[in-house]
Ligand binder design. Structure first.
Ligand SMILES: NC(=O)c1ccc[n+]([C@@H]2O[C@H](COP(=O)([O-])OP(=O)(O)OC[C@H]3O[C@@H](n4cnc5c(N)ncnc54)[C@H](O)[C@@H]3O)[C@@H](O)[C@H]2O)c1
Ligand SMILES: O=P(O)(O)OC[C@H](O)CO
Length: 366
């Protein structure tokens, strides 16, 4: 595809699927960037409130949404004519949502994941789930990720993000559609690294929340953030990601935001667990998605299959499962053999191009 042929004009029709805190905030960004936006909500009371009152009081209390934003609970209405379709539903429901939207997609629609989780049953990233479900070409699958706490952005506090697609022209089209005065979007073509940055920072934010709940101070947290970034980078590189991406907005940037913000749901969930609440009690107290909790097991499964050691994520899993006291979580635990290891060991994925992006489905079905 060439960029002139694919660039969405200002005012182009786009759709957002999911009207929780991020879907609604992202719809506002898209409106403020000049797109013609329709957001789809599962519940008609939510779409009615957005459509009529320009509010989403459950997820963004006190925020006025743009007058131009349209909302519906009807998928066909949301998707009609939409070149870009932004997906903002929980990771574990994405596959079902994709099946639901498939009949209404335009033949050239690009699907853009805003989701920061891994599918528990398959260990797939969201772009892999899109490919697996809809069999789209890589240049019709993109992701947007970065240090993006919804409520801050809904209040127009400035931030940045990265739009990533195998086709840099499509990444530019996506970035252009979501570049508002307070939201600057960069581009890259490292879908794997961009996507995994958003998944993995949630696991480190859980660890930060846990030690915060215990009452540990800044040295512990700085060590966890730094060693967490090393774990994130080793993991992402082994899956085919670029280490540079992990030091950018979608990696380090998002890690800092999520580990520092009391608004982060993953951080909050970790803090409750660190204070002694069980995983079940924490889930009950959380009114919103904390993707990290469901991503721990599939990430560790993938790490094991690639021979990657993730001591912090492993400890988070043990605390969640009640096998370790929160106060024992820390960056100080030795590896199994007790031998001090190097600070960063990058084992690159040797698969080239598309096999790195979406190779697992092909491998499975060949
Ligand atoms: N909130 C943020 O700051 C933020 C920022 C960046 C990315 N994200 C990511 O965006 C994704 C969505 O998170 P969110 O913050 O909007 O969550 P949320 O809890 O605020 O909202 C989730 C939305 O999904 C809907 N939903 C739940 N189950 C569904 C299903 N089976 N089918 C369709 N819709 C369903 C809910 O009704 C709700 O509207 C997550 O992967 C999250 O990691 C969130
Ligand atoms: O609230 P969290 O923990 O899901 O984090 C929100 C965003 O991913 C931060 O970029």
């Amino acid at each position: 595809m060439n960029s002139a042929a694919t660039r969405s004009p200002r005012g182009a029709k786009v759709a957002v699927i999911g009207a929780g805190s991020w879907g609604t905030t992202f719809a506002k960004v898209l409106c403020d960037a000049g797109s013609d936006v329709t957001i789809w909500a599962r519940r008609s009371e939510v779409s009615d409130e957005i459509q009529v009152a320009k509010r989403n009081s459950q997820y963004l209390p006190g925020v006025n949404l743009p007058k131009t934003l349209k909302a519906t609970a009807n998928l066909a209405d949301a998707l009609r004519g939409a070149r870009l379709v932004f997906l903002a539903v929980p990771s574990q429901s994405l596959r079902q949502n994709l099946h639901d939207i498939e009949p209404y997609l335009e033949p050239t629609s690009v699907l853009v994941s805003l989701v920061k989780g891994v599918e528990r049953t398959t260990t797939m990233r969201m772009s892999e789930v899109i490919h697996d479900t809809l069999d789209l070409e890589p240049d019709r699958i993109a992701v947007v990720s970065g240090p993006n706490i919804a409520l801050e952005i809904a209040k127009e506090q400035p931030t940045g993000a990265v739009a990533s697609c195998a086709s840099i022209a499509v990444a530019q089209e996506v970035a252009q559609a979501c570049s508002a005065p307070y939201f600057r979007t960069y581009v890259n073509h490292d879908v794997v690294g961009t996507e995994l940055g958003g998944v993995l920072k949630n696991l480190i934010a859980l660890a930060i929340g846990i030690v915060d709940g215990v009452g540990y101070g800044e040295n512990t947290k700085a060590s966890i953030i730094t060693r967490g970034l090393a774990e994130m980078t080793e993991f992402a590189v082994a899956q085919g990601g670029d280490p540079i991406t992990l030091s950018g907005l979608a990696g380090l940037g998002d890690l800092i935001a999520t580990c520092q913000s009391p608004l982060s749901r993953n951080n909050t969930a970790g803090r409750l667990i660190g204070q002694g609440y069980s995983q079940e009690e924490t889930r009950e107290q959380m009114q919103q998605v904390a993707e990290g909790i469901t991503s721990v097991a599939p990430v560790l499964e993938l790490a094991k299959s690639r021979g990657i050691v993730m001591p912090i994520v492993q400890q988070v899993a043990m605390v969640l499962d009640g096998e370790m006291e929160p106060k024992n979580l820390g960056p100080h635990l030795a590896t199994e053999d007790g031998i001090p290891r190097r600070e960063l060991v990058l084992k690159r994925d040797s698969k080239p191009g598309w096999r790195r992006l979406f190779g697992r489905r092909k491998e499975r079905t060949q």
